[in-house]
Design a protein around this ligand. Structure first.
Ligand code: NDP
Ligand code: OXD
Length: 318
């Protein structure tokens, strides 16, 4: 019997029946702040909970993130080295993110914002668009989510390239590797990637390297009139720089699911910006039963001493 403590500052989505009917080891769920005897807690299932509370669990075996990202855990190096940190990796999350990316690439390519504006004015007018093969999509972050989105877009005929730290790629896709990082890295690769990108899709995790990476300098490297889509993390993008690039026409439109500060303030200019599509950090949501199945499976693996899926590398920060 494993005891899991759910620690989350924001989620009401996970009921007391979270692990009911889930195959694998039997799990007892407790909900923070009703911890009971802290020495009985084996695993934390956590999203944005206060780090100070963590020191109180002497027998912890692992920490599970409620999502794919782990930036909400703060400085990973502050966590005990021996404590595995495991993120959520699951086809349900991957497929939903692929849907958000495809939806928004198609939206811009097929001029949906213009048609919505025309509909408001009852204007019947069609616009020719270039074929998908002439639209160069650049996916920043070629991980679980980035590669799946790349594959889906390539399947629709888009000219897709990916950019990552170490240069993983799918067969047949152009791959660019982070500047000065990793074996075989090529300085200027990010600039080359941006120069060939009409639609930039960021699925990067937030780390010290990626914080503020999408800024004035990087927007200027894109072809004039490019689109920017961000569903990675809000703090990878400098919002004031994006607003300026939209104003100047350097960036033609943006679809944003994540923001420097969430929820997005009512007074934020993105809400009513004609070139910006806002979604409330929903590009891919964690589905409770899928999460419970993954967590139970990984608890089983930990208890059998076999490698888990989604183990975070705390020196990389993701
Ligand atoms: P992965 O860890 O599988 O992939 C991360 C990718 O980013 C890897 O390709 C990695 O490179 C690349 N990367 C990391 N740092 C750098 C860098 N400095 N320079 C270039 N590339 C870099 O993560 P996932 O694909 O599973 O998830 C990505 C992120 O998506 C999450 O961290 C989270 O922030 C966000 N997310 C957002 C959701 C939403 O609803 N908006 C839902 C789920 C996730 P390499 O391959 O070389 O390691
Ligand atoms: C995640 C998220 O990291 O929802 O899973 O942002």
């Amino acid at each position: 019997m494993a005891t899991v403590l759910l620690m989350s500052t924001s989620e009401l989505r996970y009921g007391d029946d979270l692990f009911d009917g889930v195959p694998g080891p039997s799990v007892t769920l407790r909900r923070w702040p009703e911890v009971g005897d802290a020495s009985e807690i084996d695993y934390l299932l956590i999203w944005g909970a206060p780090q100070a509370a963590l020191s109180t669990f002497p027998n912890l075996k692992a920490v599970f993130s409620l999502g794919a990202g782990v930036d909400h855990l703060g400085d990973l190096s502050a966590w005990p080295d021996t404590l595995p940190i495991i993120r959520f990796v699951d086809p349900s999350l991957t497929d939903e993110m692929t849907g958000w990316v495809v939806l928004n690439v198609l939206r811009f390519h097929r001029q949906d914002p213009a048609y919505r504006a025309q509909q408001a004015d009852k204007i019947w007018q069609a616009h020719l668009v270039p074929p998908a093969s002439a639209v160069r999509v650049g996916i920043a972050g070629a991980g679980v989510l980035g590669l799946a989105a790349a594959e889906a877009l390539a399947g629709l005929g888009y000219d897709v390239a990916v950019w990552s730290r170490t240069g993983r790629a799918l067969d047949g896709l152009q791959s660019f590797t982070g500047p000065g990082v990793g074996a075989g890295a090529r300085a200027g690769a990010l600039d080359d990637f941006l120069a060939r990108t009409d639609m930039l899709v960021s699925l990067l995790p937030l780390t010290e390297e990626t914080r503020g990476i999408w800024n004035e300098e990087r927007f200027a490297r894109l072809p004039r009139g490019a689109f920017v889509l961000n569903a990675g993390r809000g703090k990878t993008l400098v919002e004031a720089d994006l607003l300026a690039a939209l104003e100047s026409g350097q960036v033609a439109g943006a679809a944003l699911d994540v923001f420097e500060s969430e929820p997005l303030a009512e007074t934020h200019p993105f809400w009513s910006h004609p070139k910006v599509i806002v979604s409330p950090h929903m590009a891919s949501l964690t589905h409770p039963k899928a999460l419970a199945a993954r967590v139970a499976e990984n608890i089983g693996r930990l208890e059998r001493g076999v490698p888990v899926e989604g183990l975070v590398d705390r020196t990389r920060g993701y």
